[in-house]
Design a binder for this molecule. Sequence first.
Ligand SMILES: NC(=O)c1ccc[n+]([C@@H]2O[C@H](COP(=O)([O-])OP(=O)(O)OC[C@H]3O[C@@H](n4cnc5c(N)ncnc54)[C@H](OP(=O)(O)O)[C@@H]3O)[C@@H](O)[C@H]2O)c1
Length: 248
Amino acid sequence: MKLKNKVGIITGATSGMGKGIAQAFVKEGANLVLSGRNLDRGKELEKNLKGSIFIAGDISKPETNEQLVKETIKKYGKLDFISLNAGTLGMGNVVDLPISEWNLTLETNLSSIFYMAKYALPYLLKNDNGSILINASIAAFKSFPNHPAYCASKAASIALMKQMAVEYAPKIRINAMCPGPVDTPLLWDSAKAFTNPGKAIEDAKNATLLQRLGSPNDIAKLALFLISEDSSWITGSAFTIDGGIMNA
Ligand SMILES: NC(=O)c1ccc[n+]([C@@H]2O[C@H](COP(=O)([O-])OP(=O)(O)OC[C@H]3O[C@@H](n4cnc5c(N)ncnc54)[C@H](OP(=O)(O)O)[C@@H]3O)[C@@H](O)[C@H]2O)c1
């Protein structure tokens, strides 16, 4: 029980990796506040994850982040960690991408990290061993066609992670994960940037050294390591978890 008596917020909990992380963390004894917009999926998750509550809201808005922190303190009286997974793609090349989509992608993938950290840090700083984990992407280092806002937001999220790690050490540890292709709805949406999405996913799988897509559970194992005390000497680091695709 690596997270026994720990309280955390998980964004992007209604699907994919955030959901996998929430399931893994509850098994390790955590009490969670789960975030997402989809009420049905959120309520279903809340029902299945003992000791958790779901709060629906748009994470690109500062007030949603503030509410998540306030409700956590109201319900559990403390906050030990935040795991930030909410993400959107904003697809289209620079000429075609509407400015509104550019802004929304930056607000969802990057500004939400700033908002959540802004409201959560005063509480995280009250406990020992506070931890923040950002779900970035290999898109921070490698470019993909039709993903300008996505790539820019992910690279900037790592810069923000590193800046905060300097500012809030030694009390708080702050790290990022950079997944490669993980089998979630977002990956399939992302493949629509290619003329043959099914082939694009197959190509991505074949491009990994380990010859398979990642699963939310693969990512949850790294998330557990980085949030828990097992990684007590790690901060300001971005971990690639990609089946070897960046080294292929
Ligand atoms: N899948 C991959 O191959 C891959 C690779 C590298 C990095 N990533 C990153 O991993 C993270 C998780 O992605 P995933 O693949 O697990 O995708 P996913 O299954 O599509 O899940 C995305 C999650 O983000 C939430 N979300 C999106 N916009 C939101 C908003 N405005 N307000 C609140 N919640 C919002 C969604 O909740 P609702 O639908 O309920 O709003 C959902 O829970 C993302 O940051 C993504 O960029 C993914």
